[in-house]
Design a protein around this ligand. Structure first.
Ligand code: UTP
Length: 299
């Protein structure tokens, strides 16, 4: 008698080929994934989040003007030898860390035709195993991991696992919102439907989809069968809705930590301020300055 050994996701895909229009003109030549949050690019926080969950195989979906993202994770022997010669061991360790985090693979999405279209490029790298998708402009709080629980749940169900945050009722029109039923386990829900940006007052819940997914390999076939949807793009949400309608179990985990959304200027600035205040080296001086600055604005 052989029991099915659950397959666990061991690879991550980071779609980062979008046009980043909400951040123009900054993102005309610089990928938004490389914008710095204090002294690390956003993308490094995301790869670190994957690495903390035990995922060290990362496929970056890049596009036109985005190849510099990959350089960040390459070893840089010349820079390292200069830092070593200067005795700057702290920065040397920080530089080396970027190339030790994960094996980075890349492929190119020739034209940004949607998130579903971007994910479809991962098929040959991922094969028939489940995998994690991390959107390239958001990340979670270091001390409150989300991915391990998502990966465990996906290995148990074999289906799709999403992540949600609870948002105020008057903000539902900015997010994808899920209709859900209870599973009996706190903060784990069964997803029965997804609606994109419903009008305030018409949302089935206040659970908003965030950019972390654990998907079975069946998603590739579903994407192939998905026609262009909103904005003429091939949407990952539409492909997941197709699988849900065909009986694939879809669950969600309600995340109780902070989710940093750096995809637009306001969220990006909030992220920098919050993380700068938390730093042992910069935090005390920066927080003191910030308090004085805010007080002076009120006066
Ligand atoms: P967004 O919806 O944030 O789109 O995509 P965007 O192009 O990055 O930014 P805006 O909305 O124009 O300001 C979510 C994630 O999916 C990737 C993006 O790079 C981002 O990480 N994406 C989106 C792709 O890789 N390819 C696409 O065709 C679309």
């Amino acid at each position: 008698m052989s029991e099915r050994t659950p397959q666990r996701a061991v690879k991550a895909v980071i779609p980062a080929a979008g046009l980043a229009t909400r951040f123009l003109p900054a993102t005309k030549a610089v990928p938004k994934e490389l914008l710095p949050v204090v002294d690390r690019p956003v993308l490094q926080y995301i790869v670190e989040e994957a690495a903390r969950a035990g995922i060290h195989d990362v496929l970056l979906i890049t596009g036109r003007g985005k190849t510099s993202m990959v350089d960040h994770f390459d070893p840089h022997p010349y820079l390292e030898s200069r830092l070593e010669a200067k005795g700057d061991l702290t920065r040397l360790a920080a530089v080396r860390r970027t190339s030790d985090l994960a094996e980075i693979y890349t492929c190119r999405q020739g034209e940004p035709l949607g998130l579903g279209h971007a994910v479809s490029y991962a098929e040959s790298h991922v094969g028939s195993s489940p995998f994690v998708v991390l959107l390239g402009d958001e990340f979670t709080e270091e001390d409150k991991p989300l991915l391990p629980q998502m990966i465990d749940l996906q290995a148990e169900t074999g289906g799709i696992v999403l992540a949600f945050i609870e948002i105020p009722d008057d903000q539902v029109d900015r997010y994808g919102i899920a209709s859900v039923s209870d599973t009996g386990t706190p903060d784990v829900v069964q997803v029965t439907g997804l609606v994109e940006k419903p009008p305030v007052g018409e949302a089935p819940s206040n659970l908003a989809v965030v950019g972390r997914y654990v998907l079975p390999a069946g998603i590739f076939d579903a994407i192939r069968r998905t026609k262009p949807g909103s904005g003429g793009e091939i949407q990952l949400t539409d492909a997941m809705a197709l699988m849900l309608a065909e009986g694939t179990p879809v669950h969600g985990i309600v995340y109780r930590g902070v989710r940093y959304d750096t995809g637009m200027p306001l969220g990006y600035l909030q992220t920098i301020v919050e993380l700068a205040c938390q730093r042992d080296d910069l935090g005390p001086a920066f927080s003191a300055w910030l308090k004085d600055f805010v007080a002076a604005q009120k006066a």
